[in-house]
Design a protein around this ligand. Sequence first.
Ligand SMILES: C[S@@+](CC[C@H](N)C(=O)[O-])C[C@H]1O[C@@H](n2cnc3c(N)ncnc32)[C@H](O)[C@@H]1O
Length: 279
Amino acid sequence: MEHMSALNKEKVFSQCNIVLPQWLDDFIFNKLNAQYCRSNSNMTVIDWGQKEILNYLGTYFPRSYAEAYSIFKRYLQTNCIFETEKSLRLLDFGCGTGGEIIGLSTALAECRANIKVLNVKAIDGNQYALNRFDDIKDEFNKHHILQIFSKPSAIKIDDFYDLSILDSILDEKYDIIVSFKAVCEFVTKQQFEEKNAYEYLAKFMLPKLLDSGLMLLVDVTTKNDVAQEWLPDLMDKGLQNAGASVIKRNPLNNETFVVHHSRQRADISKVAWRIIINN
Ligand SMILES: C[S@@+](CC[C@H](N)C(=O)[O-])C[C@H]1O[C@@H](n2cnc3c(N)ncnc32)[C@H](O)[C@@H]1O
């Protein structure tokens, strides 16, 4: 663990080489008992129980934290978006334990001191994951002026008709919409039959995005065994069919993010990401 305190002296080495903040590392591993334990590539977290969610928390939460922190911080540093707002609304589809929400919130806290409140609509079908996100959100609030208020919604989407259920709870428009590594599970489980899940999600979400807002879609870059397609290709086809305006994307096929924490030094993730705006 000694290397962590040395590493934390300089929290961020570069934009894509991130150290999990010490408070967050302590909280997930020592208080919540998260475990570092990698799984296979076509995993479906929706079915996981309490113990497996703790494995998710110790393994994949830090990766999503680092990806969201890096992508948002870079974007906030090079654009004047959200420079005058005092509060923002965020919608996360498939938030799980919420690594991306905490990463994004940390980037906002560092780059936009004007924002004091982040209202989060956190949607996921796994109640265990939502409970852990709730714990972490409360702990985040003890360490930051920016306060996260969240309304976790335990909703399992079984097919694309179920998306209309969401309409009843999503009664406002959002400044930021994110979905991190959730659509891949819909592809694996063929929840939108054989239709393009990215297309359905984009068509459903984009009308809920404010004109001044942005949507960030992030997913793993593997070839999906069920769809027999590379997920970034499927993502691009889906976004194009949905008429989405992609304004930024990872260079080349994927982008590598490195996160350091007390259970794993230099843990590497590779993802495809797209930033989308309303036309
Ligand atoms: C790989 S996890 C990603 C979690 C989080 N976004 C992150 O990056 O750490 C995928 C999430 O999507 C959720 N999910 C998958 N299928 C779902 C469905 N049919 N309805 C609701 N949530 C679903 C899972 O419960 C899981 O938390």
